[in-house]
Design a protein around this ligand. Structure first.
Ligand code: GLP
Length: 260
């Protein structure tokens, strides 16, 4: 894992956007894994800006979102379908048929989850997966206790996640209890992973994920098993890291490292 502490949220967003741009420049038909939540909003704004400037073309890109709430129609303002459309897809030139988001209203979740996994494989696997992190250390909706080899499936949300996400709904009772999410195993098959986190609220989860033991109690800790994960943080999210000085040293010395 590489840990990069950005000076400002804008720096974090542009560094993450550069990651996406590098992947698309090398492979215009890349497959991107997308995340929702407040954390990647700056990244999406930056991607839209680069697209409008003519610097990013999404016409051959395919996307797979991590998760969706069960029971919310795609027109619900808190559905992840709505979120992605509002914040990214309607502003860029991605063909609608290339966009995949788990269905929160399917009549057969098991069959849908199998199809989603197959579809990722058919498209050649995810080249770059964007992730946020929950305050309980989850990625996607892989709540504590999720198998680290799990695949796309239905999950029951933890109370802490329902509390955290209640701020987006009129009241807590409106927050769905179930979600459909890519598994930890699904995420780990991505070729590259970028995890974003900001704010004090995330500091403990980040320290556990980056420096703690690999455990299903903090599903983001499974990223320690992935060969190419970069973690972008702001100062607050990095504030509980014990290895902070080393992480900064690595970044400082990076330009001098042998390239081959
Ligand atoms: C939800 C999503 C996660 C996201 C997390 C953090 O639980 N399923 O993918 O990382 O929220 O959200 P935020 O970025 O708003 O803190």
């Amino acid at each position: 894992m590489e840990v990069i502490v950005a000076k400002t949220p804008a720096d974090m967003a542009s560094a993450a956007a550069r990651e996406v741009a590098n992947v698309l420049n090398a492979k215009p038909n890349a497959v991107l894994g997308m995340a929702t939540g407040s954390t990647p909003l700056g990244l999406y704004q930056e991607l839209v800006r680069l697209h409008k400037k003519g610097e990013l073309d999404f016409s051959h890109v395919t996307t797979f979102n991590l998760d969706e709430y069960v029971g919310l129609p795609i027109t619900h303002p808190q559905s992840y379908h709505y979120f992605m459309h509002e914040h990214l897809f309607r502003h860029i030139n991605i063909p609608p048929q290339n966009v995949h988001i788990p269905s929160g209203t399917t009549t057969n979740y098991r069959a849908f989850c199998e199809w989603y996994e197959q579809r990722i494989k058919q498209c050649g696997g995810i080249d770059l997966q964007i992730l946020g992190i929950g305050t309980d250390g989850h990625i996607g909706f892989n709540e504590p206790g999720s198998s680290l080899t799990s695949r796309t499936r239905l999950k029951t949300l933890a109370r802490q996640t329902i509390d955290d996400n209640a701020r987006f709904f009129k009241n807590r009772d409106e927050v769905p209890i179930y979600a459909i999410t890519m598994g930890v195993g699904t995420v780990l098959e991505s070729k590259e992973i970028v995890l974003l986190a900001n704010g004090k609220k995330k500091a403990e989860a980040i320290a556990a994920a980056v420096e703690g033991p690999v455990t299903s109690m903090i599903t983001a800790s499974a990223l320690q098993l992935h060969p190419s994960t970069r973690v972008y943080l702001d100062e607050e999210a990095a504030s509980h890291l014990k290895m902070r000085e080393y992480f900064d040293w690595v970044q400082e010395k990076k330009p001098g490292a042998p390239q081959a």
